[in-house]
Design a protein around this ligand. Structure first.
Ligand SMILES: Cc1cc2nc3c(=O)[nH]c(=O)nc-3n(C[C@H](O)[C@H](O)[C@H](O)COP(=O)(O)O)c2cc1C
Length: 398
């Protein structure tokens, strides 16, 4: 069933309440999600994006119940990723010659995935536009590497809607569609989680792109992303947030992430937390066991933090593999301007703190000198070393 966005613009996507994870198991979904596709019915009929492949039959059937598919004059593919393009093969079987407007890189990504070089691609660049009648135009803005080389946004004049694709989205199901209808706490939590876990490595490009788009002085009344709520109430609030988040964002927070086999390293984690609270009562402290907490939630907390402390016992002259995997993800996210401390228990060789230090340094963290390298289970003198770590991390100014 199509839902009205504004005037002759409709949402024709998939509200995906059952989705549990995304990008394989790389991104946890706790509050549903949506793949937003849009139908514009002016003198020309335009479809912007489609939905994920498993929903392609439902998508095409729904669309067919609303319009004669042959009436679709153009398809705009803002991004080739399968959650937006996955229903294209099913649709193109029914309307094989329909022009597909997309970037040159999207021709590559779509052809690479679906092996249909014969599709009627129309390559566009920033500033190109198409007339859709009734005095309205679609204007294209390339969003290269936000977050794929093929990404672009499409702006609808007169209605002043920016179809921003993945930018400004959230994995969050909002049946009522709009940001003013959404549970505000969840909306902002999900928007930040999306930024921290997907867009953070691209922050320098986000800063530039936001400056470029704001510099165009386009009147923007609605931002319609490809996942989650559509921003119609003060749409620039999410643009301003992206700008703030893209500039080495941090709050007065310290996050402690660790894993343990026999709870020694856990005791160290909790002692560091209580020392931070003593030294700097206003600093927010959060503790996560890497094996038990949701990795994307921990990364959102790291994103908010000015400093982190990471702990692992020594195992096989290394760190626990759970911590190793988590550190790989941490490196991928390219956090900047954050400090870190390391800690962990050991029995005989004690490599874990050295390995943690190296891995965090490689990931761009400034690792402070004080650490806790604790032989077997912590004694009072080991726990006392938490004070020096807390002092070093609390010195970090926000
Ligand atoms: C499977 C296994 C492998 C271990 N390998 C090492 C090692 O290579 N070097 C070392 O110093 N300690 C090693 N240890 C000892 C642990 O580091 C030690 O028991 C430590 O106190 C555990 O800390 P935890 O209580 O935080 O789990 C190993 C322990 C286990 C169970």
């Amino acid at each position: 069933m199509k839902k009205l966005v504004k005037n002759n613009v409709y949402w024709v996507g998939k509200m995906d309440w059952e989705l549990e994870s995304f990008h394989g198991a790389d991104y946890s979904i706790n509050n549903g999600s949506s793949q937003n596709a849009y139908l514009i019915q002016e003198e020309k009929t335009v479809l912007i994006d489609t939905v994920w492949k498993p929903h392609s039959t439902e998508f095409v059937d729904n669309l067919e119940s609303e319009i004669d598919l042959k009436k679709i004059d153009f398809i705009v593919m803002n991004h080739g990723e399968i959650d937006h393009s996955g229903s294209l093969p099913a649709l193109m079987e029914k309307i094989p010659n329909t022009p597909i407007y997309c970037t040159a890189n999207a021709v590559k990504s779509l052809t690479g995935q679906y092996h249909h070089p014969e599709w009627n691609y129309k390559v566009v660049k920033t500033g190109d536009s198409i007339d859709i009648g009734n005095g309205k135009k679609l204007v294209f803005v390339e969003m290269r590497m936000l977050h794929w080389p093929d990404s672009m946004a499409t702006y609808l004049t007169e209605d002043n809607i920016l179809f921003s694709n993945d930018a400004f989205g959230q994995h969050y199901a909002v049946e009522e569609l709009f940001n003013d209808k959404a549970d505000q706490c969840r909306l902002w939590e999900e928007a930040m989680k999306y930024y921290a876990n997907i867009l953070n490595p691209l922050s320098p490009l986000v800063t530039k792109k936001v400056e470029e788009v704001v510099g165009l002085n386009l009147p923007i009344e609605i931002i319609a992303p490809s996942h989650g709520a559509i921003w119609r109430d003060n749409p620039l609030q999410i643009v301003n947030k992206y700008y703030e988040w893209s500039k080495e964002y941090q709050e007065d927070q310290i996050t402690i992430a660790y894993d343990t086999m026999w709870d020694g390293t856990k005791q160290l984690a909790h002692k560091i937390a209580s020392e931070i609270s003593k030294i700097s009562p206003d600093t927010r402290v959060k503790i996560f066991n890497i094996s038990h907490a949701d990795k994307n939630d921990i990364m959102t907390e790291v994103f908010k933090s000015k400093a982190i402390a990471v702990g692992s016992p020594t195992v096989g002259q290394n760190i626990l593999s759970s911590v190793g995997g988590w550190l790989e993800f941490l490196r991928e996210l390219k956090f900047k301007n954050k400090e870190a401390a390391v800690f962990g228990c050991y029995g005989w060789s004690g490599e874990s703190t050295k390995v943690l230090r190296e891995r965090l340094t490689e990931s761009g963290f400034k690792v402070v000198e004080p650490e806790i390298k604790c032989n077997w289970n912590p004694k009072t003198e080991d726990l006392d070393k938490a004070t020096a770590i807390a002092e070093a991390l609390c010195k970090t100014t926000k």
